[in-house]
Design a protein around this ligand. Structure first.
Ligand SMILES: NC(=O)c1ccc[n+]([C@@H]2O[C@H](COP(=O)([O-])OP(=O)(O)OC[C@H]3O[C@@H](n4cnc5c(N)ncnc54)[C@H](OP(=O)(O)O)[C@@H]3O)[C@@H](O)[C@H]2O)c1
Length: 317
């Protein structure tokens, strides 16, 4: 940290490497307006540090906490392992976590897509990204991957497959395969990871709004999501004993490769119909789920929570 000179000639605390950033606009009443609702990007953090730093110094308050506040959204020195990191929300989380300083390792089933994703991350961030082709249902393979990447801080688990099936067509095999993938895979991954993770770390599971809002052809998906929601509260107690946390992200429809795979022919129709009913008027983006994953990794006071990233889906009457 050093002192930098603002445009108005005043000095402020900031990184000497960065040019001074403009202060955020004021809202009515003379208070600073809320920061735009986006993940604190490094540049935004610098802006916040500068702006709030000047504000606090004027009030004669201690500045040291400010650095700690800014670092809350940093993953410098932390290692994140993502199963399902080659596409969709997992890849978006890998990007934003690396942008905020994390070391990364990713896994998924398709080796060529996995390799392409890892290379893209390496190109963007200039750091090696170990990868392993595996199925989350294969507990032995997952455990071996986790051991190879230990110790790590955060385990993010978006990788799973549930094939929607109409209730009348459901078979025992379909139902069990879905549970093996989206419930038991992440469940045992978290169980096996707990002695490989550093204290202060966390597990991020992924469920979906179908737990609370029925989707035709997705009874088993709803059961799995509900099981994850119920399970995370108990798991928070178990993992808490080890200094670890766990939370679930529950998305509504989000524009990822999953959507293309599930609704190839009717994607436009389905997304437009839901968008029209959602309070926000559109479906989600993978990056918005990545923001939630960042929050859950970085906020050490959050555990046992189900975080809806759903455009207000649960508010639809
Ligand atoms: N997108 C939505 O609208 C939506 C809505 C509600 C809930 N969700 C949930 O959110 C999570 C992430 O979804 P997404 O949309 O990001 O999915 P996505 O775009 O299909 O990406 C899934 C990632 O996980 C990997 N993966 C899939 N099945 C796997 C398996 N059995 N073992 C290991 N890796 C596997 C995929 O790569 P490979 O295919 O190469 O393995 C890919 O890297 C999922 O749990 C999903 O059910 C999504």
């Amino acid at each position: 940290m050093g002192e930098v000179r603002l445009e108005n000639g005043k000095r402020a605390i900031g990184s000497p490497k960065r040019p001074p950033m403009p202060l955020p606009p004021r809202s009515g009443g003379g208070h600073r307006g809320p920061a735009p609702f986006s993940l604190p990007h490094t540049a935004q953090i610098a802006t916040l540090k500068l702006a709030t730093g000047v504000h606090l110094r004027n009030r004669g308050l201690e500045l040291r906490w400010l650095d700690e506040e800014a670092r809350m959204f940093q993953l410098d020195g932390a290692k994140v392992v993502i199963i399902g990191g080659s596409a969709g929300m997992g890849l978006a989380t890998a990007r934003v976590a690396m942008e905020h300083g994390a070391a990364m390792a990713i896994a998924a089933r398709n080796p060529s897509r996995l390799d392409a994703a890892a290379k893209d991350l390496e190109m963007r961030f200039g750091r090696t990204v170990p990868r392993r082709a595996l199925h989350v249902e294969d507990r032995v393979a997952v455990r071996a991957f986790l051991e190879a990447e230990a110790p790590f801080d955060h385990l993010v688990l978006p990788g799973s497959t549930v094939n929607p099936t109409l209730y009348d067509d459901l078979t025992d095999g379909d139902a069990r395969a879905s549970f093996d993938s989206k419930f038991w895979g992440p469940f045992w991954a978290a169980f096996d990871a707990r002695d490989l993770m550093r204290r202060g770390g966390s597990v991020v599971f992924f469920s979906g709004v179908a737990a609370e809002r029925p989707v035709r052809g997705y009874v088993i998906g709803a059961c799995i999501n509900g099981a994850l929601h119920a399970g995370v509260r108990s798991l928070a107690l178990e993992l808490g004993k080890l200094g670890l946390r766990c939370n679930v992200i529950s998305p509504s429809l989000v524009d990822t490769p999953l959507l293309d795979a599930l609704h190839a022919l009717e994607k436009e129709k389905i997304t437009a119909a839901l968008a029209a009913r959602l309070p926000v008027g559109r479906i989600g983006r993978a990056e918005e789920c990545a923001m939630a994953a960042m929050l859950l990794m970085c906020n050490h006071f959050m555990t046992g929570q189900v975080i809806g990233v759903d455009g207000g889906h649960l508010s639809i009457p």
